[in-house]
Design a protein around this ligand. Structure first.
Ligand SMILES: Nc1ncnc2c1ncn2[C@@H]1O[C@H](COP(=O)(O)OP(=O)(O)OP(=O)(O)O)[C@@H](O)[C@H]1O
Length: 259
């Protein structure tokens, strides 16, 4: 029987009675790189929080690695959206990355030299090794984001869930991150990543799910005009595919007509 690292069946979710997701069904096999696309407020972060066990569905079931999400959490690396929250804490980049070791099954209650060595290595892989002793508030948004990615990797997770991890990082770091994620998938890991970065995702993801109140899962990594229209309405969207810039949607008839 085929197994799925993520298995969501018929999930509804609402915040304070306000429906956000309806009838979400999603199966992600091991080794897949799934991109979650969708407009602001479409429900991508909410879906990730359901997969992490931070929220519970009002209907339907969520299984991660065959387990209720809270039980699977030690095997899941999570990179939250970089909001700047938490940067006021007087904690160094190395200390933040080291906390990723807590999630390992049977992981340490106290950190030892090997945990700090693993965290330092993860920071170096992300190109922020020289920031190890800097406090989080002393780092740029992109550097902080890279520290959070190092933290997610350092516990050797089986699944990585990332919420717009490229929002504040430069092109070079984006390339580095996508290389890391693809390598992670080649080694059997599974990636679920929410993003607005259509171009990169069409090159790197192996499948795409569009999230807008419900979820449409596409088994390939192509983004079609129909998908964009469903997600973003008829606002013009520029896509650069395979290095060739082209317009994929028509402009509005009247200037200033922004829906
Ligand atoms: N804690 C909360 N309490 C109440 N409503 C919330 C809460 N978090 C999110 N929402 C609402 O749920 C809807 C989905 O939000 P969500 O953050 O999941 O969207 P998103 O697709 O991740 O958006 P973005 O692209 O802007 O990050 C939005 O209408 C949002 O206002």
């Amino acid at each position: 029987m085929k197994t799925y690292d993520v298995d969501v069946q018929g999930v509804d979710f609402e915040y304070d009675g306000e429906p956000v997701l309806r009838g979400v069904t999603l199966r992600v096999p091991p080794g897949e790189f799934l991109a979650l696309l969708g407009p602001n407020g479409g429900g991508k972060s909410t879906l990730l929080r359901l997969l992490l066990g931070l929220l519970r569905p009002s209907r339907g079931t969520v299984r991660v690695l065959g387990l209720p999400p809270a039980q699977a959490a030690p095997q899941v690396g999570y990179v939250p959206q970089e909001t700047g929250v938490g940067r006021i804490f007087p904690i160094s980049a190395l200390e933040v990355a080291t906390t990723g070791r807590l999630r390992r099954p049977g992981g340490p209650r106290r950190f030892g030299p090997e945990d700090r060595a693993a965290a330092r290595e993860a920071l170096e892989r992300l190109g922020v090794g020289d920031c190890a002793s800097a406090r989080m508030h002393e780092l740029s948004g992109g550097q902080r984001q890279r520290v959070l990615i190092a933290r997610a990797l350092v516990g050797n997770p089986r699944i990585l869930m990332l919420d717009e991890p490229t929002a504040s990082v430069d092109q070079k770091t984006q390339g580095l991150l996508y290389d890391l994620l693809r390598q992670f998938c080649r080694e059997g890991g599974t990636v679920v990543m929410a993003s607005h970065d259509l171009v990169a995702l069409t090159s790197h993801a192996t499948s795409v799910a569009c999230v807008q109140g419900t979820l449409y899962h596409h088994p390939r990594n192509e983004v079609t005009q129909g998908m964009l229209e469903t997600l973003y309405g008829s606002c013009p969207v520029e896509l650069i595919a395979h290095g060739v810039p082209h317009r994929v949607l028509h402009r509005h008839d009247a200037e200033g007509d922004h829906r």
